[in-house]
Design a protein around this ligand. Sequence first.
Ligand SMILES: Cc1cc2nc3c(=O)[nH]c(=O)nc-3n(C[C@H](O)[C@H](O)[C@H](O)COP(=O)(O)OP(=O)(O)OC[C@H]3O[C@@H](n4cnc5c(N)ncnc54)[C@H](O)[C@@H]3O)c2cc1C
Length: 418
Amino acid sequence: MAAVTGKNTKGTLRVLVAGGGVAGPALAFWLTRAGHRVTVVERFPALRASGAQVDLRGQGIEAVARMGLLDAVRGRLVDEAGVAFVDSRGRPKATIMANTSGKGRQTLTSEYEIMRGDLVRILHDATKDDAEYVFGKSVDGFDQDERRVTAHFSDGTSGEYDLLVGADGQGSRIRRALLPPGFDPYWRVGMHMAYWFVPRIATDTTVRDTYMAPGGRQIMRRSHNATETQVYFVLREDSAEASAIHRAPVERQRRFWADRFHDAGWQTRRFVEGMEASPFFYSQEVAQVRTGTWSRGRVVLAGDAAHCASPYSGMGVSGGLVGAYVLAGEINRRAHDLPTALARYDRVLRPFVDAVQAEANPRILRVGLPMSRHAISAFQNATALACFLRIPDLVARLSKEDRGGAWTLPAYADARAA
Ligand SMILES: Cc1cc2nc3c(=O)[nH]c(=O)nc-3n(C[C@H](O)[C@H](O)[C@H](O)COP(=O)(O)OP(=O)(O)OC[C@H]3O[C@@H](n4cnc5c(N)ncnc54)[C@H](O)[C@@H]3O)c2cc1C
């Protein structure tokens, strides 16, 4: 195959980004600043500014700071004081407060908690004047040769670009077309979660409640504004039915979750009753995306499509922002030599991704979903003792690094705060 150069006569690239979530717009931010022409195609008919609470950590906070968007993010933060492990009457058995000392690393609660929808809106606002956004259209496939990539869209049209970026999330179609047939990129461990909103009531405080029920079931409750409370159901189950349910019609998904939790206790009835009327419902398998390849020719993956660390990692959004920063940085540095830019993207980012994925190992996270009442008591007692000894607080304050290890964001010439 002849060398892929990827530069048009003006030295700028025509880039198509599939996916207008977090990684796609972040990439558009940096690429348009270097003068590249970027089109973001989003499958959803409008900006998909939905989702629950996400946290920004470590290198993700730095990536936002370099975009000059930290103040915008600070203006939308959710006030979460900490995490309490409660019993079936809602009494806290142990509470881990957020690390607000400004030193060390975050505890279970980050100092930068924000609703996904607010972050998506901030990124869209920062890019909508420089990048072209097309909603209600998906990238269904592509062909490429050494001079261009041709993207095929859901409306039957096609377009030619210098580069196609698959920022199309955990279930990425671009990734499927990029990897060898039959390759399974998912690292599954039999954990599932669903989340939705219910009306907030007076006893819903700013501390996140976590409740464990026998059978590997966990319920989390957290409140992000005066009227709404988020509910998360987490389930440990290895069945094929559980793995398939996330692709079933929403009505069946809701029935699955109501059925699995009907005897879980605590506030289950309130939460299940509120599920029907919720303006938002999302159900997914807790899985990591692991693949040794992020690019082929003129097609490259970014964000969850490349390296989803799982929604349980606390690093999905940070990983997407950091990955987009590195990918754009390498492209902007070597727009005339895409093969080298994409190879360097892999080489520079991979150690960060490996560290994040290892730390968020879902096999270890399963330990937090005990099966028996006895194991739940043992877990709560151990957590209570650790909190009494202030271990989580001390570990957080004394740690030098957040998730992602000692890896730091590289410096790119045009990556100054705006
Ligand atoms: C609706 C939604 C809610 C979420 N809620 C949470 C949450 O509460 N907590 C959490 O930790 N993480 C959540 N996530 C995942 C989180 O956003 C990601 O882990 C992280 O931000 C990385 O972002 P991403 O841009 O790679 O992927 P995503 O944010 O998933 O964005 C991918 C985008 O690509 C679009 N898309 C998919 N296929 C195509 C295609 N073929 N062509 C064009 N567009 C396509 C999707 O509609 C989506 O907007 C949610 C994701 C979505 C889509």
